[in-house]
Design a protein around this ligand. Structure first.
Ligand SMILES: C[S@@+](CC[C@H](N)C(=O)[O-])C[C@H]1O[C@@H](n2cnc3c(N)ncnc32)[C@H](O)[C@@H]1O
Length: 326
């Protein structure tokens, strides 16, 4: 697959309409008229778009989505390892961000993590876990921008401007060059308890994205969870309803607002994410990024506990980072 080396997430020129829109106060953009105009513009943009695949990514890109993943994993029953798969992982920033989040409090709990991308080039960089200034240029986004100084120190060993992911985060990830739409993927990944598919389905034409998303859903272990962002909302809503996925309410709005790279680009780029609109009849499914997949009907206890669309909050003490060597 051909990739654009430079994703247009940052530093691209704006046209006059977009400049004007960005100058409007939030209160005006958020009126009924403002949203209708935005939706109309976004439909045109998507219809005309030449949907190239980009590599854009960042560390800790969507913190609420990472927090939800942490809670989902924390609530899995004891016993066997928790299996997690990250699809379309680009140069690995998302995978290491997830591991940093999960391993912080699950020290002692075994995780099996599979990460895949269709591009061999990015998997090579991800596996090495070494990121110099050229890595941001390569993916077209400032990969370290969301990190505080403390987080930079926790996640990386630094050699000047180059950060190498700490060994406690690199260990144990199984990296694959693979297509998320491949129906035989289950033979390589098994059935993960949590599957994450972020920011690549929107680059596919709607029918291809639908087929790929159905395939991704079929990977998830019965009663497991799928977190899928960066996808046309009509595609995600349609497939979720067709396959009976249960929307997870917890952190729904925070996740929707959690990725500045895509929220800021609506309605001017096809990957832009519309504001959450509770007036829509389908809003519960439309704005859910997380779903419980293949779970028994509500009220019937499944393998991972009672089927419910509302995850209980986990009581959290001070964050423990018990893993040595950081
Ligand atoms: C925009 S990046 C998103 C990276 C990361 N998931 C994130 O959210 O920051 C999209 C990535 O998906 C990969 N990709 C595109 N189509 C894919 C497919 N069918 N299977 C696996 N990876 C794919 C691309 O190679 C690219 O690295």
């Amino acid at each position: 697959m051909a990739h654009a080396a430079h994703a247009p997430l940052e530093g691209r020129p704006l046209d006059a309409g977009e400049r004007l829109w960005r100058r409007l106060p939030e209160g005006i953009r958020d009126t009924r008229v403002g949203r209708s105009y935005g939706s109309w513009m976004h439909r045109i943009v998507r219809r005309r778009a030449h949907r190239e695949m980009y590599l854009g990514t960042q560390f800790l890109r969507n913190r609420p989505a990472l927090e939800l993943a942490r809670r989902i994993v924390a609530r899995r029953g004891p016993g066997r390892p928790v299996r997690v798969a990250v699809l379309g992982c680009s140069i690995g920033a998302e995978v290491y961000s997830l591991l940093w989040t999960l391993r912080a409090e699950r020290a002692g709990r075994e995780l099996v993590v599979d990460a895949l991308d269709i591009s061999p080039e990015v998997i090579e960089l991800a596996r090495a876990g070494r990121y110099g200034p050229d890595a941001s240029t390569f993916v077209g986004a400032s990969i370290f921008a969301p990190l505080s100084d403390a987080e930079r120190r926790e996640m990386f060993d630094w050699d000047g401007p180059t950060g190498t992911v700490k060994p406690w985060l690199r260990d144990g990830v199984r990296w694959h060059v693979a297509d998320a739409g491949d129906p035989t993927l289950v033979t390589r990944l098994g059935r993960p308890d949590l599957v994450i598919a972020s920011n690549f389905l929107c680059h596919l034409p709607p029918e291809a994205a639908r087929a790929c998303l159905r395939n991704i859903g079929a990977l998830v272990a019965p009663g497991g969870h799928l977190v899928v962002t960066g996808v046309d909302l009509d595609v995600r809503t349609g497939v979720a309803r067709e396959l009976g996925w249960q929307p997870v309410a917890e952190l729904r709005e925070a996740i929707h607002e959690g990725d500045a790279l895509v929220r800021a680009d609506w309605p001017w780029r096809w990957w832009g994410l519309e504001p959450l609109d509770r007036r829509r009849g389908d809003w519960v499914t439309r704005y859910s990024a997380a779903f419980r997949v293949g779970a028994p009907a509500p009220g019937v206890a499944g393998p991972a506990g009672p089927a419910t669309t509302q995850l209980r909050p986990t009581p959290r003490g001070p964050r423990r980072r018990a893993t040595p060597g950081r």
